[in-house]
Design a protein around this ligand. Structure first.
Ligand code: ADP
Ligand code: MG
Length: 538
């Protein structure tokens, strides 16, 4: 009998096993965290990302950088996921989260070199991550929702060192006002704060509008440009004749028939506009189309109208003006209308925007960002979103922590003490976990051109002597009580970052076999080679 070779998998499968797989994944993860490292903190640098089509993004924002880099390596992609989770859960702290994960893996490699089995390392990391959450809750400081001053500090800390830095005081004011305005019972929906952008003037002219700004013009220039005491109909049905879904043939054999057909259509539109007028609306926002004849009639009635308004904007207009979105013309009446002091079209350069402003107690509003160029505006938007996310988080949980590395150092200290109670090998893993946390203050220092070893040594000794709020203040470049320096962050940034960083690090450490399909003929290769493609060759 001749022996046949056993074929387990098709030929187009790439496979890396054992140590190689581990090292390869760790290297990729490390490279991802190296990429964002220089952007951390108020003295971090920006990156310029150029897409294949030549579009440019200049940013300091971790998740934006990683998202734009088109990373393909599977383990590196898992790192990018951390940033994305952080962004959706908190809205800030993406660089921190990715860096902690990178460091956890880099430090794990040291233990692997010492022949400590990955399962022991992951066990130690898991224990440390759990204990961290406990300790963080002990360290956190409680704030009340009306502590506007602290909320402003949180917003300012988020924006320090970003494009928004120069006007951060004003922005912090805007953010806190906006969040408090749309808050109900301690809950805030970020969707209720619309961010609209306007090129021209400087970022200092950025403003909070107590209402909605739409990137829309009125449908006809014959309509009034400005309406005082607006009574606003918000409708999601078309103000036109229904377009037949399928081709329709109308057979007409005489001019009279044609005339009556056309006037029949006209009557329908006339009736619609008549109903709108009867409701006493002087403004209408329509999610669908408004045809020429309807535009003409609305103009004659001096009604301001916008068509094809996005559904998300319809909902915001409804929340801001107190009006209801009406789906059936017969239901439209005065009680469904929203109101605002003014609805107005304003021309800025080439573009015209519709402002719905002066709403009474709006439950949705707009931050209108002004800025010289698109790149500046986009970076301001990212900074504002960081600030918004942090303020909302702080408000929801009512818990904040000192920034500037203070919370990481205090956590590190307590975690280290806890580690002493564990068995030898787990203790080693906990120690590496601790040193991964210390990576944050040391990078804050490094990015500011301060010696990281000096900073870490001093921070350690200050925390050992009980100064739990000692951190690196990068306004003064000194180690001091950062709460007094009003460098404050929401607890959730840290708890979420540590949680997802350790989860992903553990997951990557447990992999000892990477089997990658090349996707068959012509499919895109999921490369698992040593150099993650897309990195360094962006
Ligand atoms: P991330 O994407 O993780 O939010 P950032 O670039 O926003 O990264 O940097 C956040 C870090 O900067 C936090 O650790 C925060 O405590 C720190 N930080 C913010 N303001 C200051 C300051 N004035 N002095 C020192 N550290 C600061
Ligand atoms: Mg940040």
């Amino acid at each position: 009998m001749s022996e046949k070779p056993v074929v387990l998998m098709p030929e187009d499968i790439q496979r890396i096993m054992g140590k190689d797989a581990q090292r390869n994944n760790i290297l990729a993860a490390k490279m991802v965290s190296e990429v964002v490292k220089t952007t951390l903190g108020p003295k971090g640098m920006d990156k310029m990302l150029v897409s294949p089509s030549g579009d440019i993004i200049v940013t300091n924002d971790g998740v934006t950088i990683l998202d734009e880099m088109q990373i393909e390596h599977p383990a590196a992609k898992m790192m990018v996921e951390i940033a994305k989770t952080q962004e959706s859960e908190v809205g800030d702290g993406t660089t921190t989260a990715v860096m902690i994960a990178g460091r956890l893996l880099e430090n794990a490699e040291k233990l692997l070199d010492k022949k400590i089995h990955p399962t022991l390392i992951t066990k130690g990391y898991r224990i440390a991550a759990q204990k961290s959450q406990e300790i963080l809750n002990e360290i956190a400081l409680k704030i009340t929702p009306d502590n506007l001053d602290v909320l402003k500090q949180v917003a300012m800390t988020a924006m320090t060192g970003k494009g928004a830095e120069d006007s951060k005081e004003k922005f912090a004011d805007i953010i806190v006002k906006a969040v408090k305005q749309v808050e109900s019972d301690g809950n805030v929906d970020l969707n209720d704060i619309k961010i609209e952008k306007l090129k021209g003037e400087g970022i200092r002219d950025t403003e909070l509008i107590s209402g909605i700004v739409l990137d829309k013009e009125r449908v006809s220039h014959d309509m009034p440009r400005k309406i005082q005491n607006a009574k606003i109909a918000i409708v999601d049905f078309p103000i036109e004749l229904k377009n037949p879904e399928i081709d329709t043939k109308v057979s007409i054999s005489s001019p009279e028939q044609l005339q009556s057909f056309i006037s029949g259509e006209e009557t329908t539109i006339r009736n619609m506009v008549e109903k709108i007028k009867e409701s006493s609306a002087n403004v209408i926002f329509c999610q669908k189309g408004i045809d020429d004849f309807a535009q003409y009639l609305l103009s004659k009635e001096k009604i301001y109208a916008c068509r094809r308004v996005a559904r998300s904007d319809m909902e915001k207009i409804s929340k801001a003006t107190g009006g209801r979105i009406v789906s059936n013309l017969d239901e439209l009446n005065q009680s469904q209308l929203g109101s605002s002091e003014i609805v107005e079209e304003i021309k800025h350069g080439e573009d015209s925007l519709t402002y719905i402003k002066g709403c009474q107690n709006p439950k949705a509003l707009t931050i209108l960002i002004h800025g010289g160029t698109d790149h500046v505006i986009d970076e301001i938007e990212r900074a504002l979103k960081d600030g918004l996310g942090d303020v909302i988080c702080s408000l929801k949980s009512g818990l904040v922590v000192p920034g500037g590395g203070a919370v990481e150092m205090e956590l590190a200290k307590r975690l280290k003490d806890f580690g002493q109670t564990l068995s030898g090998r787990e203790q080693l893993a906990v120690e590496e976990f601790v040193s991964s946390l210390e990576f944050i203050p040391s990078t804050l220092a490094e990015n500011a051109g301060i010696d990281p070893i000096d900073v870490l040594t001093e921070l350690k000794s200050r925390h050992d002597s009980g100064e739990r709020n000692a951190g690196l203040n990068l306004f003064t470049n000194k180690i001091e009580n950062v709460l007094d320096a009003r460098i404050i962050e929401p607890l959730k940034i840290k708890s979420q970052a540590i949680n997802s960083a350790s989860e992903v690090a553990i997951m990557i450490l447990r992999i000892d076999d990477v089997i990658a399909s090349t996707g068959g003929k012509g499919g895109k290769m999921n490369s698992i080679g040593a150099m993650p493609p897309g990195m360094g060759s962006y």
